[in-house]
Ligand binder design. Sequence first.
Ligand code: HEM
Length: 67
Amino acid sequence: MTLQGGLGSPLTAGALSGKPRDGLVATVLQGRPGTAMPPWQPFMTQDEAQWLIERLQAGQAPAVPGR
Ligand code: HEM
């Protein structure tokens, strides 16, 4: 919700700048084996993962309801 990380790494635009978009999309879809990052492939398409990473890298994360 804050994108500052904790268990995982921060997902702010600053933290993600310079990281290859395709690699981040692959991380979302496949997770990072050996870490707590799970694969999200069962729950979202490639296009949706790409959209999410584009929003995060632009610093325009989808709004959190009630915040
Ligand atoms: C849809 C929800 C999620 C998205 C979009 C997401 C996205 C990402 C991305 C893009 C990275 C790579 C960051 C980078 O390389 O700079 C990452 C890393 C990570 N995420 Fe997630 N994540 C999600 C949920 C979770 C959950 C639920 C957990 C744990 C319960 C988790 C744990 C981690 C961890 C531990 C890493 C670092 C892996 C490493 O050491 O290489 N993530 N996540």
